[in-house]
Design a protein around this ligand. Structure first.
Ligand SMILES: Cc1cc2nc3c(=O)[nH]c(=O)nc-3n(C[C@H](O)[C@H](O)[C@H](O)COP(=O)(O)O)c2cc1C
Length: 253
């Protein structure tokens, strides 16, 4: 059986990146017989689209004048069966380096404007590739609603670019990811999501379970605020809130 190719974008500059951990767990869950091509946009030389329209011109259709590292991502995309886009939430959207990569996918569209099956207008796609695409993201506020702009935005991008939207793996309150045990169940569920993706797409049940709060928003706010203050009392406060949440998590499991 041919290996399935996964194009993975890891868009956080933080080390270690929690969002990348989510990405890696999903890939692990996807099992054997996959080839992963992972890219870190911020480590690559990728210029912004300059809107020169050369890739839409008659002379060099589908060819970008910028000879930079986006070419590597494009080559992987042309073969990809899956496209995992992992990026932390930055001001309710994608980090600029990731958005920059998305813009460069403009080259995969043709200039004609045609009626879309969804209503409205779209561009025909230049390549006959429609990788199953998944959004993986984490954020620092406690409510999952912080993804309310990113989620439909990502779906719209998938629709317009011809990527087959196949699910989302979203975690809020990622500031407590370092507390022992709190996210253990989520990690198992992310692997399950990867397995489901391999079978077709990520189920709503798994998505919702991953997104379920690990502690109350009120406790999380207190903990997140205290963790940035640095004092010993606040450190104790942080630990005691985390322990309370862990006890509650244990009771539930
Ligand atoms: C520039 C910047 C903007 C951010 N914007 C948001 C935001 O709009 N909403 C939110 O809940 N968290 C926001 N965060 C927090 C990150 O999304 C959060 O810490 C995330 O889990 C980091 O993931 P990583 O470890 O993969 O980098 C922001 C962080 C940074 C550095």
């Amino acid at each position: 059986m041919n290996k399935k190719i996964i194009l993975a974008i890891s868009g956080s500059m933080r080390k270690p990146s929690f969002t990348e951990k989510m990405l890696d767990l999903c890939i692990e869950g996807m099992g054997e017989n996959v080839e992963v091509r992972k890219f870190y946009p911020h480590k690559m030389n990728i210029g912004p689209c300059t809107s020169c329209w050369s890739c839409w011109g008659k002379k060099t259709p589908g060819v970008c004048v910028q000879k930079d590292d986006f070419q590597e991502i494009l080559e992987a995309y042309k073969q990809a069966d899956y496209f995992l886009l992992a990026a932390p939430l930055y001001i309710f959207s994608f980090p600029a380096t990731v958005k920059n990569v998305i813009d460069r996918f403009f080259i995969t569209l043709e200039p004609a404007q045609v009626k879309s099956a969804r209503g409205g207008t779209e561009h025909p796609k230049r390549f006959d590739r429609h990788p199953k695409t998944v959004l993986i993201s984490s954020c620092g506020f406690p409510e999952i609603e912080n993804f309310d702009l990113l989620r439909p935005y990502f779906r719209k991008i998938c629709d317009e670019m011809g990527w087959t939207w196949s699910g989302e793996i979203l975690i809020s309150a990622a500031g407590i990811a370092g507390a022992p045990k709190l996210f253990d169940r989520k990690y198992e569920l992310i692997k399950k999501a990867g397995a489901e993706l391999r079978e077709g797409s990520i189920s709503k049940e798994t998505t919702d379970e991953i997104a379920a709060p690990a502690m109350s928003a009120e406790d999380y706010r207190k903990m997140a605020t205290a963790s940035f203050s640095g004092g010993i009392i606040d450190k104790i406060k942080t630990i005691s809130i985390a322990m309370k949440a862990m006890r509650e998590a244990e009771k539930k499991s």
